[in-house]
Design a protein around this ligand. Structure first.
Ligand code: OAD
Length: 248
């Protein structure tokens, strides 16, 4: 695989590295991406994740949300790429992960330092009384309403039209200011402000490694070393390299 040795060397030499991940890293865990031929937006109306649409059409929005996120995604397991990042963190080869994903698979794999830029599907809250709920509480009767006050219950992930969770945003900016290496995996880089984070890292002197079977908005602009490939397959190759095996 082209560039794999270079990437392993860059990881070993880095003093402060972060991964920046998108939907592509979870594809091999059975979770569909948003864009592209088999992407969710070819099957669902993206409006169901628009905050105004959600409040105005809660039943319709919740039917899509439950089908996409709660009937299926929550059961997915991490793949080799998630485990590679967890092993890297355990062995001090990775400082943390900034993820646009809401699927919790980095934490399931064992990563501790994870900044969820778009929130999480694991928890929800009532928009009226703020009562907290877990993913397992999602009701069959839709829309999901609070059992205390009857208010609408909303997942704690970021809808279109909502702000980024403050702590995740601050931590991501901090990471982009101090990193000497960013490993960008499985994202088109089309969604703002998430896509500004690797650009900021580059501007602050980080080298950018990118892993993606298709070029993204980053590839010909900020990427230093591009590996064209699927995340889990590239991870497998990195596991096979003696260079990294010495540490693991
Ligand atoms: P997209 O669905 O836009 O892009 C998926 C990316 O993964 C593409 O660049 C693919 O080429 C790449 N890809 C596909 N298969 C892959 C594989 N096996 N290994 C590695 N990469 C692969 O997903 P994101 O860029 O993450 O926001 O989308 C960003 C945001 O848009 C999401 O967080 C979501 C969505 O609207 C919110 O929900 C707020």
């Amino acid at each position: 695989m082209k560039n794999i040795d270079t990437v392993a060397q860059m990881i070993l030499e880095s003093k402060c590295s972060f991964a920046f991940t998108g939907a592509g890293i979870s594809l091999e865990s059975g979770i569909p991406t948003f864009r592209g031929k088999a992407g969710l937006w070819n099957r669902y109306n993206p409006n169901i994740l628009d905050i105004d649409y959600f409040y105005n059409n809660p039943k319709d929005a919740w039917e899509g949300i439950k089908e996409i996120f709660y009937d299926y995604w929550n059961k997915a397991m991490p793949n080799k790429a998630h485990y590679l990042l967890a092993d890297m963190e355990k062995n001090n080869l990775l400082n943390g992960i900034i993820t646009q994903n809401i699927d919790n698979l980095h934490q399931k794999a064992g990563n501790k330092e994870v900044y969820e830029f778009h929130g999480t599907l694991n928890t929800l809250h009532c928009v009226e009384c703020m009562k907290k709920y877990d993913a397992k509480d999602v009701s069959e009767k839709l829309p999901f309403r609070c059992d205390e006050c009857g208010g609408l219950v909303k997942p704690d992930f970021v809808f279109f039209g909502e702000g980024i969770p403050e702590l995740a945003y601050q931590k991501s900016i901090e990471a982009a200011s101090k990193a000497d290496l960013f490993i960008v995996i499985g994202t088109t880089g089309e969604v703002m402000p998430a896509c500004s984070i690797p650009v900021l890292a580059k501007r602050n002197g980080a080298k950018i490694i990118e892993i993606n079977p298709e070029k993204s908005t980053f590839t010909d602009t900020i990427t230093d070393v591009y590996i064209k490939g699927k995340a889990a397959e590239v991870a497998e190759k990195l596991y096979e390299l003696n260079l990294l095996k010495e540490i693991w």
